[in-house]
Design a binder for this molecule. Structure first.
Ligand code: ATP
Ligand code: MG
Length: 363
């Protein structure tokens, strides 16, 4: 028998689902109620970003709910092909901390869409906006899951290129899931100005807040580009704000290129020096000076907090808090670093994935 034991619940915004009648009412959004790809009926808006709208949709073939992202723009044939290619790459990638891509297509009128797993919960950007900075253990717990997903993607040659709080969903049970794998690349080179990260007026659409120096210069990206963005994300979780902010996009780009970020100890409370140093190394201007891999950064973060991934010694009893808030007393039977064997109170044996646990909360 195996079970998944999850960490405590995060605050969630209440999500109302419209009734069938409300869904039929003519609304301002002509896409609501539309059926894409002959099977995805768009039922309610979930949110919108700089270049797309996201809807909850009913997959009428598999009878399940999914999320469908519809691009605002109708790009040229070359950009379409790039989008299709990236969608195929994203669909071939799966990881427990990445939101899965299912399908893609083109709606009448040329609108491109992408069907993906419907992720419950809220974007990390909203959680941070409402809750402010996170305690170091919580920030590292979120970052570790994000970095696990990034590392798995890097091993398959996929660089995310747009790791930011708006692209991380925090599920009700505290799990973090990364959105939009591969999409940034499809848009990055898109010929249309609205697909870029900056408007012609230099207005900030979000990404300049997290752009690595090499992205600012239009140089090639690799895994270390995502390490930089993960550094920005950690900084934001710990300090409540990104290291560089305010002003025009071009000024922000210049700061990423030239200005050292203020040390976390000057802007955040209770961040251990080793954690501060690990984040600042992720934010080095030269990729060669950063953590070489997402995994190296994850390990450095956990080491900074004294987190041990190895299972507790066999025979040791410890307590974890489950998703519903109930505490479970477990006995360690040893196991591997990614699958602890534990005995539950009823004597049954289960596998416990430590990546889904805030390990600093074990007692
Ligand atoms: N798979 C999903 N499941 C549930 N909600 C989602 C999903 N994907 C996106 N959303 C919601 O849709 C919103 C908009 O997502 P979108 O990726 O278009 O914008 P963004 O990431 O905020 O900005 P950007 O345009 O820079 O990527 C998200 O903030 C989230 O609330
Ligand atoms: Mg997004």
């Amino acid at each position: 028998m195996s079970t998944t034991i999850l960490p405590p619940v995060w605050p969630q915004a209440r999500q109302e689902r419209p009734t069938r009648r409300q869904r039929r009412l003519p609304g301002a959004d002509p896409l609501l109620g539309a059926r894409l790809g002959g099977r995805y009926r768009l039922t309610r808006p979930l949110g919108r970003g700089g270049m797309a709208r996201v809807y909850e949709a009913e997959d009428e073939v598999l009878d399940r709910l999914v999320a469908v992202k519809v691009l605002d723009a109708t790009p040229d044939a070359q950009a379409r092909e790039r989008f299709r290619r990236e969608a195929r790459v994203a669909a071939a990638f799966s990881h427990r901390s990445a939101v899965a891509t299912f399908d893609h297509g083109e709606a009448p009128g040329g609108l491109l869409w992408l069907a993906m797993e419907l992720c419950p919960g809220r974007p990390l950007s909203e959680v941070l906006r409402d809750a402010g900075p996170l305690p170091p253990a919580r920030a590292v717990f979120v970052a570790a899951q994000v970095l696990d997903a990034l590392h798995a993607a890097h091993e398959r040659g996929i660089v995310h290129r747009d790791v930011k709080a708006a692209n991380i969903m925090v599920e009700p049970h505290g799990r973090a899931r990364v959105l939009d794998f591969g999409l940034a690349k499809a848009f990055d080179q898109c010929a249309l100005p609205e697909c870029g990260t900056l408007t012609t007026a230099g207005e900030i659409l979000g990404s300049p807040l997290v752009m690595s120096p090499e992205q600012c210069l239009g140089e090639p990206c690799d895994a270390r580009t995502d390490v930089y963005a993960a550094g920005v994300l950690l900084y934001q979780m710990l300090a409540g704000a990104t290291p560089f902010r305010g002003g025009e996009a071009h000024r922000l780009l210049l700061l990423h290129l030239t200005e050292p970020p203020p040390p976390l100890r000057d802007v955040a409370f209770g961040v251990p020096a080793a954690l501060d140093a690990a984040v600042l190394r992720a934010l080095e201007k030269d990729p060669a000076d950063r953590w070489p891999t997402a995994l190296a950064l994850r390990d450095a973060l956990e080491a900074a907090l004294g987190v041990e991934r190895a299972p507790p010694p066999a025979g040791r009893r410890f307590t974890i808090t489950m998703a519903c808030g109930v505490e479970r007393r477990l006995e360690s039977l040893g196991g591997a670093a990614d699958a602890w064997q534990v005995r539950l109170e009823d004597g049954s044996v289960a596998a416990l994935d430590p990546a889904l646990l805030d390990l600093t909360s074990l007692r």
